[in-house]
Design a protein around this ligand. Sequence first.
Ligand SMILES: NC(=O)c1ccc[n+]([C@@H]2O[C@H](COP(=O)([O-])OP(=O)(O)OC[C@H]3O[C@@H](n4cnc5c(N)ncnc54)[C@H](OP(=O)(O)O)[C@@H]3O)[C@@H](O)[C@H]2O)c1
Length: 177
Amino acid sequence: MLVSVFIAISLDGFIARKDGDIDWLTGDDSEESEDHGFGDFFNSVDALLMGKNTFEKVLSFGQWPYGDKKVIVASNSLKNLPEIKNANLQLINGSPGEIFTKLEKQGYKKIYLDGGNLIQSFLRDGLVDELIISIIPVLIGDGIPLFGEVNQDIKLKLVDTKSCNNGIVQTFYKVSK
Ligand SMILES: NC(=O)c1ccc[n+]([C@@H]2O[C@H](COP(=O)([O-])OP(=O)(O)OC[C@H]3O[C@@H](n4cnc5c(N)ncnc54)[C@H](OP(=O)(O)O)[C@@H]3O)[C@@H](O)[C@H]2O)c1
């Protein structure tokens, strides 16, 4: 099972402000029409696995953005998920390794992993295969970091870099295993 991250960060490495705000995500405000490959990526995955905090942030948008794509919410505290019309939701718990094994047994082939904490824990346990990171040209100074502590160096192979006309730089890395 392939585990892929597709995420946007500020140039100083944050995925959200401390309070979870992502108002800075829109680049340098020049031409913004392309989706930076997100649609193709989204169509290529069987399911989206997100941390509880990301799920709660998405709920605050008021509109469910993932259609009927399978969305799996990782939480060791939630006992059930709210009913969302037409959404295809599943709750999962456990360590990254346990979650990985459960999903692999359920037949998933490619997972889109989302949420800072969850990504960090999967990276630490060697369970991430690739990272597509869109760097937004803004410094926000403080916030929720994409990366955190690691038990040992994690080496990445640069596969591709794209510079977009709104100042976003997108880098595609494979994690060396
Ligand atoms: N910039 C972007 O593209 C982007 C993308 C995604 C999210 N975000 C933002 O990032 C923020 C959320 O990120 P976050 O780092 O706070 O949290 P997160 O990774 O979304 O969620 C963390 C929570 O997931 C649960 N969890 C279950 N299993 C886990 C495991 N094995 N490892 C780690 N967590 C596990 C835990 O909740 P329990 O206590 O319930 O177990 C944990 O507190 C939101 O503000 C969201 O908007 C930004």
